[in-house]
Write a protein that binds this ligand. Structure first.
Ligand code: B12
Length: 214
């Protein structure tokens, strides 16, 4: 099933907010793939404003590595500024990707890059805007897997109830054997796959059982 762009609802709001160009997408080398031709779809989230997150090297690498693979689609999403957040809430517009303006909740995986601890609360706002339950245990297979990596993901304690999985280390292969095979098929299979494939990542033992329950 194709997923509809939210851009028709978003566009009339752009003259009402500061720095509207940050929500438009279409940069050089941005990638938009056909939704129905992908086996697995990643929304990559940098939990800060576009102007901070767009140049982030970690997201750029993940975006390229994922999109290079046949059958894998990856788009980017960023925190919206409070002025747009207010309008989105009033009009029921969900958290969207800047590449094809698809709703984040439609993706199989929400990959969050925590460069700094400042991003933790922005993840909660984005999940709420996306209509994805904040607590991982409240999510179902209808929701994306929420997976975090990056510098500030080494200690998962502050957000362990919100994340499905996390990854430490670099992400030439975020979860072995590959991002595509980890999350192909149904979301239920995706959850199982992501759990198994990431389980070798070093992480605090106390959080292991919690992260694998959802
Ligand atoms: C460049 C840099 C900046 C730049 C660019 C930031 C940006 N938006 O990209 C600037 C100067 C703007 C900056 C600003 C700040 N920075 Co800075 N920055 C760095 C620095 C030097 C390099 C980061 C980098 O680009 N690494 C290279 C990329 C390729 O690696 P990566 O992001 O880790 O991503 C890889 C993996 O982690 C993994 N991965 C990442 N995300 C994900 C997600 C998933 C799902 C998966 C599977 C894998 C995965 O795969 C990626 C590819 O291999 C690091 C220190 C360092 N030496 O690494 C500090 C560092 C990240 N910054 C830090 C801080 C504190 C800040 C500021 C808060 C400073 C301030 N007081 O304003 C701000 C915050 C900006 C923000 N809101 O993001 C701290 C974070 C500490 C913490 N625990 O919170 C660090 C670690 C420095 C330090 N040791 O203190 N920073």
């Amino acid at each position: 099933m194709p997923v509809e762009s939210v851009f028709p609802q978003l566009e009339p709001l752009l003259p009402l907010v500061r720095k509207p160009v940050q929500y438009v997408g279409g940069e050089v080398n941005s990638t938009v793939k056909a939704w129905d031709e992908a086996d697995v779809r990643w929304a990559l989230f940098y939990p800060d404003a576009y102007e901070v997150g767009q140049p982030n090297q970690g997201i750029a690498i993940l975006y390229e590595v994922l999109n290079e693979q046949p059958g894998v689609l990856a788009e980017r999403t960023y925190s919206v500024w409070p002025d747009l957040e207010k309008l989105m809430r009033a009009r029921g517009i969900p958290q969207f990707t800047v590449d094809a303006h698809r709703p984040v909740s439609a993706f199989d995986v929400l990959g969050v890059s925590f460069s700094t601890e400042l991003g933790y609360t922005n993840l909660l706002t984005a999940l709420d805007l996306a209509g994805v339950p904040l607590i991982a245990a409240d999510r179902t297979t209808a929701h994306p897997i929420v997976l975090a990596g990056g510098h500030a993901a080494f200690n998962p304690e502050p957000w362990r109830t919100s994340l499905t999985r996390w990854s430490s280390g670099t992400a030439r292969k975020p979860c072995s054997p590959s991002p595509a095979s980890s999350v192909s098929g149904s979301r239920a299979a995706a959850r199982a796959g992501a759990t198994a494939s990431c389980s070798s990542s070093p992480r605090p033992a106390a959080s292991t059982s919690r992260s694998s329950t959802t």
